[in-house]
Write a protein that binds this ligand. Sequence first.
Ligand code: HEC
Length: 383
Amino acid sequence: MTRNLAGFSWVVFFGTVVMLGVGVLRVVTQTIHYVKPPDAKAGEVIYKTGCIACHGEKGEGAPESMTVFERRYTFPEMSRCDQTTPEPNSAYKTVILHGGPERAFSPIMPAFGQLLTDQQVDDVVAYIRTLCDNKHHFPRGELNLPRALITEKAFPENEVVVSTAMAAKGAPNFTSDIIREQTFGGKYQIETDVPVNYADRDHNWTAGVGDISIGLKRELFSSLQKGSILSVQGGVIVPSGDVKRGFGKGTTTFEPFAAYDQLFKQNTWLQFQVGADLPVNTDKSPRSMYWRTALGQSLARDHALGRLFSPMVEFVAARDFAPDARVDYDVVPQMQVTISKRQHVRGDIGVRKPFTDTAGRDTQVVFYVLWDWADGKLWDGWR
Ligand code: HEC
């Protein structure tokens, strides 16, 4: 079992490295190259001819009395920045080129791929972007990079994630974190994390809730042009878990961190997170700090508009504050893939392999399923 998993982890590791290499080579073909930069003025003419009848003069939707089509709850209000800025241009482009059903939206949204050139679609997307003034400078959806297994990203999210880590060997033992994130005010995010533990102690299954945490994130800076976004978060971990069963630390812990993500031109990206765990009672648990990096590449067919595959590798490190403490390093090769047609349900699986100070730290299989609930109900958006 262990040896198989060790082998598997190397396969995943080298697989990821190769895919990153391929990603770099495909760079030239993968990206949509603008022949000339999109022209919102030209886009306006297209919008006023082809879109206004349904989407209305300001993108708010044509008056219901003038239209007969059924509006779903997903019908966009293009004038609302809180709805439009989290969407990347690629999501709009896909729907305009291929029609609503391409992302499991209503077929009433027609496909314009036969009528408009690539350039014209870019122009009309550029025009749609002007319908929301974004004066509060909400971060743009392009900066919402694929979620890594361990490293927290900077972008404020509306997600429910169930993330599980299980021991790759020894007695069955796993923890599922049920995480819920919600944005407010465009730049803030509230996050709660309820860990549920299962452990086999001498063939007796024991289960229980661990230390629940709550955190507040704030985006400080973002720039689509530079491809960067910076956030800080303050969190509290409460001692709700049963210490005797090994499900908690038995002391309140404060967890501040900063997250910085950098997107490069060809959909290669880096995510950084630096933070600390500061328990109130240091007799129960030492103070520690951590730093984490995720390096990845997003690949999709159809000029980056199709199903998204994101191979990535994380390097995670943690160290107690004690002067003689050692640094624990782990490598986490993994692959994230979009599961639903809407791309609002995604999965990620990888192996967390300690490579320094490995005594007492076992290899783990880690995976999550996430649902971006701002993009639609869980059962919508599949076909
Ligand atoms: C016949 C009516 C109609 C016309 C014409 C139309 N749309 Fe739409 N469009 C819709 C409907 C309906 C939806 C919502 C689909 C849903 O919620 O399932 C939609 C959705 C969209 C979306 C949202 C996709 C998302 O990710 O939320 C975009 C972008 C869009 N349309 C752009 C355009 C553009 C640009 C044009 C003109 C070139 C256009 N539409 C013309 C009806 C129309």
